[in-house]
Design a protein around this ligand. Structure first.
Ligand code: FMN
Length: 206
């Protein structure tokens, strides 16, 4: 009988990269499942953080099973003793938001923090990579273009979107980049960063 073995599990102790993957309410959210799988194949620890709208497109359970980690969907969690978003912000080697909606891009550009993803993005010192996906006119809108430009000026990296067949019926730019390209860009962001943990905590917790 062939030998069956559990997959190798990377751990923070083994120096594995910790990708905090923000998933937002785009039709491209289903690709987050493949993204988790590919990142784990490259020995990353992946913690998924979803907006409520993202949960309309893909279930937290899918990402929980694929990542083998709890999925964060709420800022307020009475079962946790620590502060989840600041802990993840500190632990992240990179914060990847894929897909990134026009809405989350706008919030990030304006420093809004009313969901777990935007709170983590504000609190982290790790590199941030955005993979926008949206309707071509949402993307072309000056508000979205200015928001993206502001974020790039602040050091956020972006990948895509690419040209493709959009769910809204257009054949245009707005499609989420290919999963493999996002994985490569994530490793590019990791290579171009330090440890990401620059602030010193006074206590064990912030
Ligand atoms: C079927 C459907 C598909 C959508 N796809 C996108 C999309 O690809 N990109 C986007 O920016 N918004 C998209 N939206 C709109 C967002 O879901 C909406 O702006 C939402 O408030 C985003 O929330 P979030 O950024 O907190 O996840 C879509 C909405 C629907 C109903």
């Amino acid at each position: 009988m062939p030998e069956t073995r559990r997959n190798h599990k990377p751990s923070p102790a083994s120096g594995a990269r910790h990708v905090v993957l923000g998933v937002t309410g785009s039709i491209g959210a289903y690709k987050a499942a493949d993204l988790v799988r590919r990142l784990r194949e490259r020995d990353c620890i992946v913690t998924c953080v979803m907006t409520h709208e993202a949960c309309e497109f893909i279930t937290p359970l899918t990402l929980q099973v694929l990542s083998e980690r709890r999925v964060v969907t709420d800022l307020f969690n009475r079962e946790e003793t620590g502060i989840v978003h600041t802990t993840l912000a500190d632990e992240a080697s990179v914060v990847l938001i894929a897909p990134a909606t026009a809405q989350v891009i706008a919030k990030l550009a304006h420093g809004l923090a009313d969901d777990p993803i935007t709170c983590i993005a504000l609190a982290t010192r790790a590199p941030i990579l955005l993979a926008p996906a949206m309707n071509v006119h949402m993307l072309d809108h000056p508000a979205t273009q200015e928001n993206l430009s502001t974020l790039r000026q602040r050091g956020c990296r972006t990948i895509g979107p690419q040209h493709g067949s959009l769910a809204c019926g257009y054949d245009a730019v707005g499609h989420l980049s290919e999963v493999e390209e996002i994985v490569e860009a994530t490793f590019g962001a990791l290579a171009g960063s330090g440890s990401g943990r620059q602030a010193t905590r006074r206590h064990g917790r912030s």
